[in-house]
Write a protein that binds this ligand. Structure first.
Ligand SMILES: Cc1ncc(COP(=O)(O)O)c(C=O)c1O
Length: 430
């Protein structure tokens, strides 16, 4: 049996036998490839040496899709903008959590989103997107894509209980042109609003014409890959800012797209030509991070419950946005039960008052740091209205429920009593 085939069969057997957390330390790598090194070494090289010119030619033919890979051929290493062992091994490990066939890693979450969108939209297309969503994605959809002849149309995450609701938003927008894709961010940044993925998949099925239908893309940064796996709920491509929980230590920037080999093909090609692949050192750091992914996400998720309960009972707080507090009978609760496994560690809340109160609170924090980003080991708090969502129009912010008293909190792995004590003393300063 050819070497490449033997290796991939060994890995397939491992994948079937063990849970992802058991495979994060070893999967897709053999120490014998690297002098017995237990850990994957950092392949800090820009380029790779071909054994012969014929081999180089064959590697390019396969990498550029000029011909299909033969039964005994492997996709050879060429140049670190195209592929690199650290990124390839990382991609195979990351794919295990979402049950994805393929994964493409990027140098930021925005690179993953932008490259994937550009691989699938064409001038004249309509793109549907849920609101609210991360300010950077919002900017890309509203201010960059129109320059390429693409029309963005929004639908409200929390007002989307069925495919009919998405249809209605599309009809109200009175736009012409085929819908090439729908992008949902769920839970949404910063309000934790959920988008019903079954409704998105149903909408895409209804719009199938001549074997073509809109693709369903899901930004799974807030809950994934542990607490929500959108590919199992009808999504075609899952997107991540791996800067957040996947990286988990607030020390790197990265992104990822996951789906079938066929779906990721055009994305990989564009990644090569946009130059948006992550670098080997980032790939190595992410493999380090994946070893503790479940531990970190579980600890933060448990802490967030205590924090959210404390906030919900505080007189200076008007409303808490936390998935674990959704009530039976609320349509959002039904969506949560269908597609989420746990409430995660993102908690937002409206302080009574507005910006002055929010700023007094943020300026008084001592343990929790005042910074954007999320999903790291440390707790972070920020003011979405004037920071991450500064670029979103006041009307769109109002429609999405982003007020000027809203605080977004990413709960970390500190002792929850300490986090709560810090929040309590900062609330006293409001
Ligand atoms: C939900 C979500 N998606 C995407 C991004 C963009 O990721 P990055 O900053 O890694 O480019 C962010 C960043 O905050 C985010 O919160």
């Amino acid at each position: 049996m050819p070497r490449q085939k033997r290796i991939s069969e060994t890995f397939t057997r491992l994948k079937q036998a063990f849970h992802p957390e058991s495979l994060m330390m070893t999967y897709a790598y053999k120490p014998e490839w690297s002098e017995g090194s237990l850990k994957v070494p950092i392949f800090q090289t820009s380029t790779f040496v071909f054994k012969t010119a014929e081999e180089g030619k064959a590697f390019f033919e396969i990498a550029y899709g000029l011909r299909e890979k033969g039964e005994t051929e492997s996709a050879g290493l060429i140049y670190s903008r195209i592929n690199n062992p650290d990124l390839e091994i990382l991609e195979q490990r990351l794919a295990l959590w979402d049950g994805a066939e393929a994964c493409a890693v990027f140098n930021t979450g925005m690179a993953a989103i932008a490259t994937t969108l550009m691989a699938y939209v064409r001038p004249g297309d309509v793109v549907l997107y849920s609101t609210p969503l991360y300010g950077g994605t919002d900017h890309l959809l509203k201010h960059v894509l129109p320059g390429f002849g693409v029309t963005p149309v929004s639908f409200r995450a929390s007002a989307c209980a069925s495919a009919d609701d998405i249809e209605r938003s599309l009809a109200e927008a009175k736009v012409a042109g085929p819908v090439s894709l729908l992008i949902a961010e769920t839970p949404a940044n910063p309000t934790n609003a959920l988008v019903d993925l079954a409704a998105c998949a149903e909408f895409a099925r209804r719009h199938e014409r001549a074997g073509q239908r809109p693709l369903v893309l899901v930004d799974n940064t807030f809950l994934g890959p542990l607490w929500q796996q959108p590919l199992r709920h009808g999504a075609d491509i899952v997107l991540y800012s791996a800067t957040k929980y996947i990286g988990g230590h607030s020390d790197l920037l990265a992104g990822a797209a996951l789906g079938s080999q066929a779906m990721l093909g055009p994305v990989r090609v564009l990644r090569t030509f946009f130059g948006t692949l992550a670098d080997p050192w980032t790939g190595w750091l992410l493999m380090r991070s994946l070893e503790t992914l479940k531990l970190r996400m579980t600890s933060a998720m448990k802490n967030a419950r205590y924090v959210a309960d404390f906030l919900a009972g505080h007189p200076k707080i008007e409303r808490v946005y936390y998935l674990g507090h959704l009530k039976e009978g609320d349509p959002q609760h039904a969506v949560y039960r269908r597609q989420c496994e746990a409430p995660g560690a993102m908690v937002s809340f409206d302080l009574r008052g507005g910006e002055p109160e929010a700023f007094r609170f943020l300026n008084a924090l001592r343990l929790v740091k005042l910074a954007v980003s999320l999903g790291g080991t440390e707790s972070l708090a920020e003011h979405p209205y004037s920071m991450t969502h500064a670029d979103v129009s006041p009307e769109a912010k109002r429609d999405a429920g982003i007020g000027d008293g809203l605080i977004r909190l990413s709960v970390g792995i500190e002792h929850p009593d300490d986090t709560i004590a810090d929040l309590d003393q900062a609330l006293a300063a409001v």
